[in-house]
Write a protein that binds this ligand. Structure first.
Ligand code: TA6
Length: 277
């Protein structure tokens, strides 16, 4: 269980609340009209060291295995600060979190100087997530970034994902070869680990918790990763229950197919809006 002083709550009302753990600025709960929309493993570790298994971990500055540091980069295992506390603004509540370069990140990542702002905005049946990367150094740098969203579902076999047809994807289950998606709706009935490249900016994910659907609208995050470890991989993950693959699906919005270059003093802004329909 997370310690109370690690968690920032954004309370729209009793039925619409989200919680962000300062470890990784990991959004660990999104209660939408009383229904939990996100999956967090019962075996997730909250020791402020390991990445939290579930919710919405932030991948930055590198998606995937990284020769300079931990897989998926350091953002999700760093201590973030609360830059702007939760504040009500009309019919939403928002808060902003900040990760700045520090001795640890500079040692790992070629002394790059950056500010990474992450704003969470909860509204009625809506969650908006905004990333704002600022290059504070004198040299340009390259990065990839992704919001590693674990959606909760009653049965992963019933989940469908739209908006991927005709896209090229890298299939990590098939030697990372490239394929083209032929289905209007992608379903998940086995171990799936795919990076869809340059998809349209809108995907509908159906049959999530409470038999609800989520429309994911992306700005400046052209790629979509779909992942479910299924039975075999689940068994070898220490922070994931053997049967938990049945109740989650990762549909992840990212800028990951190729690095994004950011010149000195420049900003990269991106967002994801999740609407429950
Ligand atoms: O979701 C895509 C992915 O890169 C998968 O390949 C799998 O490794 C997953 O992320 C989880 O990675 P993690 O480092 O959190 O175990």
């Amino acid at each position: 269980m997370a310690a109370a002083d690690d968690v920032v709550e954004l309370n729209l009302d009793q039925e619409n609340i989200c919680k962000v753990n300062l470890h990784g600025a990991t959004l660990t709960s999104w209660l939408c009209d009383g229904t939990e929309m996100l999956f967090v493993s019962q075996q997730a570790v909250f020791n402020n060291v390991k990445a939290i298994r579930g919710g919405i971990p932030i991948v930055y500055p590198h998606f995937g295995p990284w020769e300079l540091g931990p897989q998926h980069g350091f953002a999700r295992i760093s201590r973030w600060t609360l830059e702007k506390p939760p504040a009500k603004d009309g019919d939403t509540v928002s808060a902003t979190f900040l990760l700045q370069d520090n001795e640890n990140t500079r040692q790992m990542w070629q002394d790059n100087r950056f500010n990474l702002f992450y704003t969470v905005i909860i509204g009625k049946r809506q969650l908006k997530l905004k990333l704002d990367v600022r290059n504070e150094g004198n040299d340009s740098f390259e990065f990839t970034t992704l919001l590693h969203t674990y959606f909760k579902t009653l049965d992963v076999n019933k989940v469908t994902i739209s908006g991927l047809k005709s896209l090229k994807y890298i299939d990590k289950v098939r030697q990372s070869k490239k394929f083209v998606e032929e289905n209007d709706l992608v379903t998940v009935k086995e171990f799936v680990d795919r990076l869809y490249i340059g998809s349209v900016d809108r995907n509908e994910v159906t049959n999530l918790n409470g038999n609800q659907n989520v429309v994911m609208t992306r700005v400046n995050l052209p790629d979509v990763v779909v992942w479910n470890p299924w039975q075999e991989k689940a068994k070898v993950m220490s922070d994931f229950g053997d049967e938990e693959y049945k109740e989650m699906i990762c549909v992840e919005a990212g800028y990951v197919a190729k690095p994004r270059s950011l010149s000195a003093g420049a900003r990269f802004e991106a967002s994801v809006v999740l609407d429950v329909i």
